[in-house]
Design a protein around this ligand. Sequence first.
Ligand code: NDP
Ligand code: MG
Length: 391
Amino acid sequence: MRGIAILGSTGSIGRQALQVISLHPDRFFVTALTAHKNAALLFEQVRAFRPRLAALTGEEAPVPPDLSFCQFLFGPDALEKTARIAEGRDVLAAVVGVAGLKAVMAARQTGKRVLLANKETLVAGGEMVTAACRPDENGPTLLPVDSEHSAIFQCLQGAGPNAYEKILLTASGGPFRTWEKSRMENATVAEALGHPTWSMGAKITVDSASMFNKALEIIEAKWLFDARPEQIQVVVHPQSIVHSAVQFRDGAVIAQMGVPDMRLPILYAMSYPERLETGAPELDLFALNRLTFERPDTEKFPAINMAYQALRAGGAACCVLNAANEEACFSFLRGEIPFGRIPQAVDAALQKHGHLPARTLDEIDRADALAREEARRALRAPDEGGGKRIG
Ligand code: NDP
Ligand code: MG
């Protein structure tokens, strides 16, 4: 039996993790659950999965009397504390944004394995997080949940160290793949939330529309697989059937395919190296019309090149990219800025603060705060092209 703490259990990944845990009660039990504000769903999940620990990080709420078997923590430090004191070996980091970073570090400091959906944590703190997540005597201590990185990890099983030549990181292209740039720059929130193949939380769905999700994933791949920037090739694949591929030295390309359903990568991280039933539909090759592959349009989606620039710059550049994007993405979701302003804000923050260091939590916090401040400033400034201000 593996005990799993789920940070962000009320989100899209968290809820699907609980679904696959329900399929395998003989394998997994829940040690802790956390939510930010959704107390009602958290209480329901605690009632169903009976963890001994739970946390609500965004506010305080009265605990229903029938949940007295569970210790509840409240407030901003509760996430980190949960990761630290939860029983069991695994922590699924499924909160959104860099808010997960300290909790991931706390999980590692207490010897736990991190199952990582929360890519922003690795983007912001890549050097520090990977240093804390070296494999131990039981194998990897950081397992990818992001579908592309899970695919790459699966393709690399059995390959020797540094055996691969190139990572082929697939991208659906998002809802604006076929749109003219000018139309995309003024897209509404509803349009940006209309992802063609994946159903996910709001932030990652907007990130997929701007392709900042792929930018974050390029950086995530660098840290997870020790890749040089030029070894990571983004391949637009609108059908989302090939979840990514790896090209080896002898020219062999191994891809992982499947229906677009996060239950597989979530469960693979939990059961690794075993494979278990996920409850997702089977891939029916005969029902597929065709699979297509395109180069990304880096003029329309500047996020891709910004990721490579940030990787090459090193230091806090990736942290700055992430923080400015978080700031701009949530500002767009609140209806404050047009979609086209998102890359402008990230670019402004990178120009101003991309050179800062990011070796420690304090340095990362500082770069993150300065990047957010600069992004907010850039978003208040008159538009330099790239979408009309709304409202
Ligand atoms: P959601 O927005 O659906 O869920 C986020 C979860 O985190 C919720 O439980 C939420 O609580 C909690 N949360 C929100 N803000 C904070 C905060 N400041 N501090 C602590 N907890 C917080 O996100 P997703 O499940 O879509 O994504 C989670 C992570 O996984 C992201 O990093 C995303 O990039 C990554 N990911 C997601 C995929 C997907 O298919 N959804 C695929 C690949 C990666 P509450 O409900 O109370 O607000
Ligand atoms: Mg992904």
